[in-house]
Write a protein that binds this ligand. Structure first.
Ligand code: FE
Length: 196
């Protein structure tokens, strides 16, 4: 391990930032604006709107599964880390769950910033080797007949899950449906629960 690797990540980030600023490669004001935007404005609510629309509009659902980037762009969601978005549909037979085994690739424009467990090396290695056990630890138990597929984000491709629409939601509006959709369901470590 090199000296730089032994330093805490926050210190390494700060050092990198000061060099970039010093050489006028980044503007600290622009960087602060980005961080603020992803902390307060962009979050899983965007993805929830996408899911609810796909549940009520079959043609949008088709477009979403065919070309995720273009379909979420229709709702105005685009930006860094979401240039190539693939949407995978969860059904009673197939359950998809998303990981980035290499680092922490995540579709920011629809889900915001990734949760800490998503970046955890334990999640990143174990979800591939023993997905059923990891999902169980998250509180999701799938039947033995359900096929689990792990989608590994690579290079420019980001994934989002289109979860199954829960039963008992036929009378809900698109807005009410969106309120049921959680970030965890769009990463695939949970299902969307119906209204209580
Ligand atoms: Fe990554």
């Amino acid at each position: 391990m090199s000296i730089s690797e032994r330093l805490p990540i926050s210190m390494r980030t700060e050092a990198l930032e000061s060099i970039l600023v010093e050489r006028s490669l980044v503007d600290p004001k622009v960087m602060d604006a980005y961080i603020k935007m992803y902390e307060s404005d962009v979050g899983p609510l965007n993805g929830a709107k996408v899911v609810a629309k796909a549940w009520v509009d079959p043609e949008f659902r088709e477009r979403l599964l065919a070309d995720g980037t273009a379909a979420v762009g229709e709702l105005g969601f685009k930006g860094p880390q979401t240039e190539h978005l693939e949407v995978l549909e969860n059904t009673g037979e197939v359950h998809n769950v998303v990981v980035c085994t290499l680092c922490s690739c995540y579709p920011w424009a629809v889900l915001g910033l990734p949760p800490s467990w998503y970046k955890d090396p334990a999640y990143r290695s174990r979800i591939v080797r023993e997905p059923r056990a990891v999902l169980h630890e998250f509180g999701l138990d799938l039947g033995a007949d359900v096929e689990i597929r792990v989608a590994d984000s690579v290079s420019e491709c980001r994934y989002m899950i289109l979860p199954e629409r829960p039963a008992g939601t036929d009378d809900l509006s698109e807005e009410e449906l969106a309120a049921l959709v959680t970030r965890d369901a769009m990463v695939g470590i949970a299902k969307v629960a119906g209204p209580q």
